[in-house]
Design a protein around this ligand. Structure first.
Ligand SMILES: Cc1cc2nc3c(=O)[nH]c(=O)nc-3n(C[C@H](O)[C@H](O)[C@H](O)COP(=O)(O)OP(=O)(O)OC[C@H]3O[C@@H](n4cnc5c(N)ncnc54)[C@H](O)[C@@H]3O)c2cc1C
Length: 406
């Protein structure tokens, strides 16, 4: 069987890529190793930056909670809130959200095959192809490797090593805990529209409490080398969350997974092949946020392939525009996140404490979450807004001098 495009993996990256290819009229096959809905270890916070690709069409019942702010729970300064009138994210259950995206691709015309595990990808002069665990084979002009952090497409074609660098890849453990609607409201101190981020003491990692309708998503993640022993670390974090929220967390299932890394530093294209999402490593190295980047890279991959087919070209040079687009769009954010992440909680606490209380700080957080600016545009945005903020800056400076005269 031959296709224009075979997309391997029906996570957010693959389903967006398959949807856009099918919508553009390409004969598209979307292969997923599990039957849908399938589980995916994840906090389930989808930043608006990714969400807006769905053009407001996400069914309401998939939205667990609309999110309007971030709360940093810091060792010395306590809780620092950054709120916005605008929505910055939603929380979802990944099994349902991902299934919706896969069925959306199917509705656009992609052929979706579930329970279809790819064991190898290959590239010949005049086509590319995949072999499945049942030995069936499919050919196409292009392969999109959207098969997550353990990418079979990437490793079998030599774009990624078989062994992960545990100093670069993240590792996380999480669970959803049922506490009921009132439990969620109480746990989030009356504001269930906020995501809580909590550094895990002594480690280069952080924990989270994300509100859903009737559940709390609780988890920890960090560079894999710092995440051992993972289970006791997670259980200790859950105890801390119980104390903080006053809720009893009854564990049903711990879920663990690696996070992608180094997406903009590595080659993500070769002849007839593009890697997207976690397979490419498009994950924020500080926050572990990857869904929006997965969706964006899926969109970029599809438009690159549509263009390449129109030009009748299949080589790495023509796909390089995908690589360049991802680097242009993601590198600024990833570089700054990595730089800030390696400076640890003391640095984060210093910056966040200085920023808290200024409307401008919440405004900038909102712009970043909504994809209106990247991290690297923050300094210029601050400078452009300074005249408006000046009266408050002077007021705070004077107040600090009055309360702490030198
Ligand atoms: C603990 C944890 C918490 C996280 N929390 C958040 C969060 O709150 N917000 C956020 O933005 N990001 C979060 N992330 C990151 C986020 O989950 C990923 O970045 C995102 O899922 C990447 O999407 P993807 O489509 O690239 O890959 P995936 O979602 O991993 O999808 C890959 C798909 O490919 C399929 N597949 C794999 N191998 C094969 C094969 N051989 N053949 C066929 N199919 C295959 C898989 O079954 C899967 O469906 C978290 C990650 C972890 C580990």
């Amino acid at each position: 069987m031959s296709y224009d495009v075979i997309v391997v993996g029906a996570g957010p990256a693959g389903s967006i890529a398959a949807h856009d290819c099918a919508e553009a009229g390409l004969k598209t096959l979307l292969l997923e190793k599990f039957a849908l809905p399938r589980d995916k270890p994840c906090g389930g916070a989808v930043m608006y930056r990714g969400l807006h690709l769905l053009r407001g069409n996400l069914p309401r019942h998939l939205i667990e909670q609309r999110i309007h702010g971030l709360r940093f729970v810091l060792p010395r300064s306590g809780d620092l809130d950054f709120r916005s009138d605008k929505m910055i994210a939603i929380t979802v259950f990944r099994d349902r959200f991902d299934e919706y995206l896969a069925r959306r691709a199917e509705s656009a015309g992609a052929e979706l095959r579930e329970s279809s595990r790819v064991t190898r990808a290959f590239v010949e002069d005049d086509h590319a192809g995949v072999i499945l665990s049942d030995s069936s084979a499919y050919n196409a002009d292009f392969i999109v490797g959207a098969d997550g952090v353990n990418t079979t497409v990437g490793t079998s074609l030599g774009l990624r090593p078989a062994r992960k660098d545990l100093t670069r890849h993240g590792l996380g453990m999480e669970s959803d805990f049922f506490v009921g609607r009132q439990g969620v409201i109480d746990a989030m101190h009356g504001d269930p529209t906020i995501l809580e981020l909590i550094p895990v003491k002594g480690k280069v990692s952080y924990g989270w409490i994300f509100p859903k309708k009737e559940h709390l998503a609780v988890g920890i993640a960090g560079a894999a080398v710092h995440m051992y022993p993972l289970k006791p670390m997670f259980d200790a974090f859950c105890k801390k969350v119980e104390k903080r929220t006053g809720q009893t967390l009854t564990l049903k299932k711990r879920r663990t997974y690696f996070l992608g890394a180094d997406g903009v530093k590595r080659q993500n294209v070769s002849d007839r092949v593009i890697l997207v999402g976690d397979a490419a490593g498009f994950v924020d190295p500080m926050m572990g946020e990857g869904i929006a980047y997965a969706m964006k890279s899926g969109e970029y991959a599809a438009s690159t392939i549509v263009d390449a087919l129109e030009r009748g070209k299949h080589d790495r040079e023509v796909l390089q525009s995908y690589q360049d687009q991802c680097v242009r769009d993601f590198r600024g954010n990833f570089q700054i996140a990595e730089w800030a992440g390696t400076r640890g909680t003391t640095f984060a606490e210093y910056i966040l404490t200085k920023a808290a209380g200024y409307p401008m700080a919440s405004e900038i957080m909102t712009m970043v979450a909504r994809g209106e600016i990247g991290y690297s545009h923050i300094p210029a945005t601050v400078i452009s807004r300074l005249p408006k903020e000046l009266p408050q800056l002077i007021r705070r400076f004077v107040q600090s001098k009055v309360s702490h005269p030198s």
